[in-house]
Design a protein around this ligand. Structure first.
Ligand code: ADP
Length: 918
């Protein structure tokens, strides 16, 4: 504290002249200055101030620039209205006015103290721009910036009396600057981040400008999308990406530029050469073309650039397409199942599988080959193409049949049971190097081959080729495998159905051949019928049947079929040592199976020329097994041989062989039967010859016997008539007995002769329509005298006059006479014999009923046997041979009729003759 004491200062009256002059004017600071008791400050009353101070103070208070003055050695403070806000609130103003600087600026005195000191001592001003001088203001330490200068304020004597501070608080500007800086920094960061985001954006982005669509900007994604190593910025579209010419992009850009409207595309295909020299690759993009909003110098809108923004959706499109393909494949598998259900034969199955497989997989060719069930004698297992598509005739013919060991995909698949999926040509050529010409000619780049497995065994394979490289993802492979499984199942089903069908056909054929052979009576018949049926029913083209001659030296033709005129003539008799297939088969008893004529020619090279001249290709030679002979192994003792020829090559599988052996067996049986029949015929002829001799003998005998018997009868009659002299009663009685015996013997001989004729079958029937009534009447009249003499009543019931039978009239009368005379004979006096007749449907019955002695039940059948007579007293009294009924029944049956008897012992008998009605 310097200068005047406060009491002194207060003693100076306010509003003194000097003060009034210095602080005159408006404003708060002037008012405060006027009010302040300056005498209480080191400056003392205003009247005591030097002129220079008054001038500075007055200038300061009148300035609108913020100013502050430190005056005197105590650096007493004075400031103006413009400076006042820099002190803020919080009691610093107006406390600062008149205070010593060191006491007031305690917070920053370290900084400003030396600066003021410098001005006060040296008079050199200072300049501070945006100096950071935080000050206590508004009750807290505030960040404040100042641009200020400390300048010397000269005293009246020219020395530096104070320091004038002309200052400007720059806090708002500094802060604003700082804000801007920060903002700018932030913006830079943000922009860098944006650029990074933009650059790294998964979406691609490019800005193309001007009519040539020059790339102005592209991001990483864009560069990635167009392919590596292509610097496009600064180049026109078609120079940067020449392959896009003609794909419409320039047109899209032009449209957007012209209309200012965005364009949006989804799944837009674009062909890109993504690697230098690589083939064009199809990519898919979702892309939006937006006009870039810009304005010219005068603010006018410019539409010169286009933002192309989008994403590469190739993978999604592929995935979507794959999903669609998967659905499509599922549909196709279903369709395949449905189509296969309608197939009947393996050929149909193959056709369906190949056609559907090719369509479903988008293949260029397809084929299905099956392992042949059996091959020839020599043969290795083979595979045969069952169906194909797109192979071309030449390849199909060349690979129609291949050994299972062949280096082709289907055979390899059958051998290994594995599938092949070869995606590119090098893999294809490496896997199947033996057939590059095939791959070339099919244009094949990729291949899929899957085995067809039935019951764990690969029975075939199907194969597809593709004219472009092709990936086979797992789903694709699964599709092929599934199709393969279906095909295998369908094939198995068809094969079983076909086998069953064949078996049925063969069983039928065998039956029909057997039936046809049943009528064959001679070996020649068998040969003719069997060879004919082989070509007619079995489908052979030629057939030849021969039998071993009785001497066993040769095979002789029994019959043949299917050969051209004269073609088989040379084979009428083939010596067993001829050394040809037939005689070898007969000698060995072993069948031969030749799939082709070449196979046969190879086996018989010296006969190759003849074999090649024959119409047959596939041929089997079968021995005809003889009866009884023990077969050795599969060989039989042959009684003949069969040659069955086909114009096409044949596969004699196990079933086919069994079938042909069964046929040969049938032929053998027919031959045995025919042999037996022929032998029997011979025996019968012999027997007939013997019979004829017997009849001859009997005829002779009867003639020889009857002649003397007739003589006996004649002479006895002469004696009885008394021509040789008178006859006594006793003599007459004897003569009667002689005559009776003579008649009996004669009848006996006649009947024996009759029966002998019947037996030998020499009786001839002359059938005609015979009226029954007349015949019965004639027989009755013959028996009537006998009946009368025995007092038997003979009655004939009224026979319908139109009743007629189909019979030999003589034989019919013979039967009736026999029945009537028996009835009379075995009926005592006063008995009755009754004849009745009636028609019954197609037959006529004639019944002879008597009231005689009857026949015991156990004899009812026996009486029809020759020489059978029922022993009884009555019988003994009657003459007879026991042949009558036997002859009668034979005669009845000989005319398709029948003779039966009914009887009750003691009360009578009834004999019924039935004959066909006329
Ligand atoms: P034959 O009359 O010559 O003895 P048949 O063959 O005519 O021979 O008859 C065989 C036997 O059947 C007779 O001997 C007789 O015993 C018996 N017989 C045939 N007809 C009659 C009949 N009507 N009544 C009873 N017995 C009969």
């Amino acid at each position: 504290m310097t200068g005047v004491a406060p009491e002194q200062a207060r003693a100076v009256p306010p509003g003194g002249t000097a003060a009034a002059l210095v602080f005159e004017g408006p404003g708060e600071m002037r008012a405060l200055c006027r009010a302040l008791d300056w005498s209480a400050t080191p400056l003392g009353p205003v009247e005591g101030w030097p002129q220079s101070l008054r001038t500075v103070a007055r200038t300061l208070l009148g300035s609108r620039s913020p100013m502050f003055l430190f005056w005197g050695p105590e650096l007493v403070q004075l400031y103006n209205d413009a400076y006042r806000p820099s002190l803020g609130g919080g009691g610093r103003h107006p406390r600062a006015l008149g205070m010593r600087g060191r006491e007031f600026w305690t917070d920053i005195w370290e900084v400003i103290g030396p600066q003021i000191e410098q001005v006060m001592t040296t008079g050199v001003p200072t300049w501070h721009e945006d100096q950071y001088l935080p000050i206590e203001r508004n009750g807290r330490l505030e960040d404040v910036w100042w641009t200020y200068s400390y300048s010397p304020a000269y005293d009246d004597d020219g020395s530096v009396g104070g320091t004038l501070v002309i200052c400007q608080e720059t806090t708002p500007r500094v802060l604003a600057d700082q804000d801007r800086e920060r903002l700018l920094a932030e913006l830079r960061v943000e922009r860098a981040r944006l650029a990074e985001v933009f650059r790294q954006s998964p979406s691609f982005l490019a800005v193309l400008r001007g009519p040539d669509n020059v790339f102005e900007l592209v991001n990483d994604a864009y560069e990635q999308a167009i392919g590596r190593g292509r610097a496009v910025v600064g180049k026109p579209l078609f120079e940067a990406l020449p392959e896009t010419r003609g794909q419409g992009f320039d047109e899209y850009l032009r449209r957007v530029r012209e209309t200012g409207e965005p364009l949006v595309f989804r799944d837009l295909p674009v062909l890109l050469e993504r690697m230098p020299g690589a083939p064009l690759e199809e990519r898919f993009i979702d892309i939006t073309y937006l006009p870039l909003a810009e304005s010219g110098p005068a603010g006018e809108p410019i539409r010169d650039a286009v933002i192309a923004h989008g994403t590469d959706v190739t993978e999604q499109v592929h995935v979507r397409r794959e999903v669609e393909r998967a659905r499509d494949r599922a549909d196709r598998l279903l369709a395949l199942t449905a189509a296969l259900a309608a197939t009947g034969t393996p050929g149909e199955v193959a056709g369906v599988v190949v056609a559907q497989g090719v369509a479903a997989a988008g293949a260029a060719t397809g084929m299905l080959a099956l392992r042949a069930p059996h091959t020839g004698e020599d043969g290795e297992a083979e595979m045969a193409i069952l169906g194909h598509s797109g192979l071309g005739g030449e390849i199909a013919a060349r690979y129609a049949r291949v050994p299972v060991s062949a280096p082709v995909p289907t055979a390899a698949s059958v051998r290994t049971g594995e599938a092949f999926f070869l995606e590119e040509r090098p893999a294809l050529f490496a896997a199947f190097p033996a057939m590059p010409h095939v791959w070339e000619s099919l244009g094949a780049h990729a291949l899929a081959t899957v085995p067809l497995v039935v019951g764990g065994e690969a029975v075939g394979a199907m194969s597809f080729t593709f004219t472009a490289p092709r990936r086979f993802p797992p789903e694709d492979r699964e599709f092929f495998l599934a199709a393969g499984r279906q095909a295998a199942q369908a094939l198995e089903r068809a094969r079983l159905a076909e086998a069953e069908h064949t078996a049925r056909l063969r069983a039928e054929a065998l039956q029909r051949v057997t039936a046809a052979l049943a009528g064959a009576q001679t070996l020649a018949d068998v040969g003719r019928v069997f060879s004919r049926e082989l070509t007619r029913l079995i489908g052979a083209d030629t057939a030849w049947v021969g039998a071993v001659t009785p001497d066993g030296d040769a095979v002789e033709a029994l019959g043949w079929s299917g050969y051209a005129e004269g073609e088989a003539e040379g084979w009428r008799r083939l010596p067993l040592d001829a050394g040809i297939a037939l005689t070898d088969a007969v000698r060995s008893g072993r069948p031969q199976w030749w799939p082709t004529r070449e196979a046969l020619a190879d086996a018989y090279p010296e006969r190759a020329a003849l074999i090649r001249s024959l119409p047959q290709d596939g041929v089997t030679v079968l021995p005809i097994p003889g009866a009884g002979g023990q077969p050795e192994g599969d060989a039989v003792r042959a009684v003949g041989g069969i040659v069955v020829g086909f114009r096409t090559p044949q596969r004699f599988d196990a079933d086919t062989r069994a079938f042909f052996l069964a046929l040969a067996q049938q032929c053998a049986q027919a031959m045995a039967r025919a042999g037996a029949y022929q032998a029997e015929q011979a025996a019968r002829a012999e027997a007939e010859a013997a019979n004829r001799a017997k009849s001859q003998f009997l005829a002779t005998m009867s003639h020889e016997l009857r002649t003397p018997l007739n003589a006996i009868g004649g002479y006895a009659e002469l004696l009885e008539m008394g021509i040789r002299g008178p006859v006594t009663d006793t003599q007459r009685e004897d003569l009667h007995r002689i005559q009776q015996s003579q008649r009996h013997l004669l009848g006996l001989i006649n009947e024996v002769l009759n029966y002998a004729r019947l037996e030998t079958g020499t009786v001839r029937y002359e059938l005609e329509d015979v009226p029954v009534r007349e015949t019965v009447a004639a027989a009755e009249s013959l028996v009537a005298p006998q009946a009368r003499s025995r007092e038997v009543q003979l009655e004939v019931a009224e026979c319908p006059s139109d009743l007629a039978v189909r019979a030999d009239p003589e034989k019919l009368r013979q039967i009736l006479v026999n029945l009537l005379s028996n009835a009379v004979k075995f009926t005592g006096a006063r008995g009755r014999v009754e004849v009745s007749c009636a028609r019954e449907e197609a037959t006529v019955r004639v019944v002879v009923r008597d009231t005689g002695i009857g026949i015991p039940a156990d004899k009812l059948e026996a009486i029809f046997d020759p020489f059978v007579q029922v022993r009884s007293d009555l019988t003994r009294t009657h003459e007879g041979t026991g042949l009558g009924l036997a002859i009668s029944r034979d005669l009845a049956r000989g005319m398709a009729g029948e003779l039966t008897a009914e009887s009750t012992t003691g009360s009578g008998s009834a004999f019924t003759l039935t004959l066909p009605a006329a």
